[in-house]
Design a protein. Structure first.
Length: 360
């Protein structure tokens, strides 16, 4: 590599701090939805859970939903996406409504198909789509419906409290969220499939998940759809409403990040460039390290650039419970980048991405 390349790497690294500050500002500007008791009776609600091979997660999720203090008619539907484990039997043991689905038709991916079938069989005035790996507070969902009603919203989506299975999982998620929020903008309808609350009539009038049936990130695609249709949605911080453990192993984390990386870039448009730039800035100290080894740059640039990357990630690591992880920021960025690149390569080659024992 030329000297200019190493100098460029140093500049990228130093830009990680302002990008990190900007990401933190954007995140803090998200309104926080607090778990609180609902005032008065609420409209009927259908909670729809698309589930494929989720028997273990359902043992945690369903008790939290059954314990909800909802002042209105409530139904819980598990749409079993042709699971090869005991997902349906576990759901039935909790007394909830279970839809046993076959393989999705041509043109459909599994999760949008299961979600849409759940909607077709739901009776509520509001639909809540939530993932099987979430756990909900007793008053959180009523608070979300109350907020939507009071603010005359067509729907809302929440970013939940993130829980990790390992330090590497946590590090990668911290990095991914820092990159995401460095490109956040006020009109962003980036719906989070872990928690999407929507009025029944809006779901069907918009075309619902049927309109994004083949998308690997159906929640992001659906968010783009409702934004273009002019519906009134709001994105909030819901860390007091529910928590989620996205990945149960590092292998699943790599596959999940490959899916997210390959799918997200297509929906963020030019904003994706800021995310990519931020991730590059966080990785750049590794390039500087090689520059020091090759004696192309002075040794002191290595600790300076590494410190810059660490400071950029510090708010996210502290928020997830271990500020010390920020010192490993370049490693987390490398994991995110490699996962995303592998996902993009597989999509370009037409090989699909492994997810839930299928290729999507």
């Amino acid at each position: 590599m030329k000297l200019a390349d190493f100098r460029r790497s140093i500049i990228f690294s130093l830009l990680a701090v302002p990008l990190g500050v900007w990401a933190e500002i954007n995140f803090r500007h998200l309104p926080r939805l607090s778990a609180r008791a609902a005032s008065g009776r609420l409209p009927s609600l259908s909670i729809i859970i698309p589930a494929r091979n989720e028997m273990h997660n359902l043992h945690v999720l369903l008790p939290s939903l059954i314990a909800i203090q909802y002042p209105g008619k409530l139904e819980i539907l598990v749409a079993d996406d042709n699971s090869i484990d005991r997902t349906a039997q576990v759901a039935e043991s909790y007394g909830v409504h279970v839809l046993k689905l076959q393989e999705p038709p041509a043109g459909w991916n599994g999760k949008p198909y299961a979600s849409h079938q759940g909607a077709l069989n739901a009776a509520g005035d509001w639909f809540l789509f939530t993932d099987a790996d979430t756990v909900h507070s007793a008053s959180g969902i009523p608070a979300a419906v109350s907020y939507a009603e009071e603010n005359h919203l067509d729907g809302l989506s929440l970013f939940l409290e993130q829980q990790a299975s390992s330090w590497l999982d946590a590090l990668a998620l911290d990095t991914a969220f820092a990159g995401l929020f460095s490109s956040w903008h006020s009109s962003n309808y980036l719906l989070n499939g872990q928690f999407i609350l929507i009025r029944r009539e809006v779901y069907f009038d918009s075309g619902g998940f049927e309109s994004v049936s083949g998308e690997i990130l159906e929640d992001v695609a659906f968010g783009s759809l409702v934004e273009k249709s002019g519906y009134k949605f709001k994105i909030l911080n819901g860390d007091q409403i529910a928590r989620v453990r996205m990945y149960r192993s590092n292998q699943k984390m790599f596959r999940g990040l490959s899916r997210l990386g390959a799918g997200m870039l297509g929906w963020q448009g030019l904003w994706a460039g800021i995310t990519a730039f931020h991730i590059t800035a966080l990785i750049s100290p590794l390039v500087t390290f090689f520059g020091v080894l090759l004696r192309r740059v002075k040794w002191y640039w290595f600790p300076i650039t590494w410190a810059s990357a660490s400071l950029s990630l510090l708010p996210w690591s502290r928020r997830s419970g271990a500020g010390w992880r920020a010192i490993l920021a370049p490693i987390g960025a490398l994991v995110v980048l490699v996962s995303a690149l592998l996902g993009l390569i597989r999509r370009v080659l037409g090989r699909g991405l492994p997810w839930k024992d299928r290729l999507v």
